[in-house]
Design a protein around this ligand. Structure first.
Ligand SMILES: Nc1ncnc2c1ncn2[C@@H]1O[C@H](COP(=O)(O)OP(=O)(O)OP(=O)(O)O)[C@@H](O)[C@H]1O
Ligand SMILES: [Mg+2]
Length: 261
């Protein structure tokens, strides 16, 4: 049986740590000897650029081309022609062109399962495929939800709106009913947490009260640190850049909680 798990990192709210979580979860799982592929499903291409690719639009094949091939019912190119490898982490990059797919999908027959068609072909090569979603609930995010086995929701207390979370959960349930019955919600990972502020604590309490009964809220929360920005400038995951810092330790502890549960 194929054990590959596809994890979507989703929250339509911008700037809540989706890309940072994708990179650090991926890096930590790879450090544990897992075969990991990170998929950039956000036309902003932050994930792709965080691996030092400053001009993703100059890459010969990106997720845009693969999704277009599926829409046009063409064969996909060789895996080695589009997967980028950085040490023990593989990346399926994207560029701003991916934004055009969102439009083309609307009239495509396979509009909700285009990404799934690509990732299912990659399952045999990986233990974990992690999709970095864009901050919207449009067709690209629906594709990610349709393609994944599990969804992990990063949420930053200072930007949290109960309504936003509700809308995301509604969409996940809709996808579960219509397209992907086996999708599971992993849980909510609190990011950019400041232990000392009253607001942070109050909001975490509120999430616990509202969702804690039916959705897991991870014990390990990711604190705020300027080191995250410094790591980005060095094209590194925080776990690699500052392994003993509080954010790296928090991500490592979270991965323990996540992977060993
Ligand atoms: N724990 C943290 N402490 C401090 N800064 C952080 C932390 N996590 C992420 N950041 C910074 O916050 C910004 C947003 O993070 P990130 O890009 O991971 O969020 P995102 O949800 O992927 O955003 P988008 O919705 O735009 O894709 C980035 O500049 C990132 O470096
Ligand atoms: Mg992002």
């Amino acid at each position: 049986m194929n054990q590959c798990e596809i994890i979507a990192i989703a929250n339509q709210k911008g700037g809540v740590g989706k890309t940072t979580t994708t990179i650090n979860l991926g890096y930590s799982l790879a450090e544990r000897g897992k075969r990991v592929l990170l998929v950039d499903c956000d036309p902003q291409s932050n994930l792709t650029m965080s691996f030092g690719i400053d001009r993703p639009d100059e890459l010969p094949i990106t997720l845009y081309h693969l999704m277009t091939d599926i829409i046009e019912e063409k064969e996909l190119p060789q895996r080695s022609d589009y997967i980028l490898s950085f040490n023990n982490l593989d990346i399926l990059p994207c560029s701003i062109e991916l934004a055009a797919v969102e439009v083309n999908l609307v009239t495509a027959m396979s509009r909700e399962i285009t990404l799934k068609a690509i990732l299912d072909q990659l399952r045999p090569y990986y233990d974990h495929i992690i999709i970095d979603c864009m901050p919207s609930l449009g067709m690209l995010t629906i594709n990610a939800l349709a393609a994944c086995d599990r969804v992990l929701i990063p949420a930053a207390p200072q930007y949290l709106s109960a309504k936003g979370l509700e809308l995301l959960l509604k969409n996940i349930i809709r996808v579960k009913r219509r397209i992907n019955p086996s999708i599971e919600i992993d849980g909510i990972l609190i990011t950019m947490f400041t232990e000392r502020t009253k607001l942070s604590k109050e909001i975490v309490n509120l999430i616990n009260e509202s969702y804690g009964n039916h959705i897991k809220i991870y014990e390990n929360k990711i604190p705020v640190s300027v080191k995250v920005g410094e790591a980005v400038l060095k094209y590194k995951s925080i776990v690699e850049f500052d392994p003993n810092g509080k954010v790296a330790v928090a991500y490592k502890n979270f991965v323990k909680e996540y992977a060993d549960e």
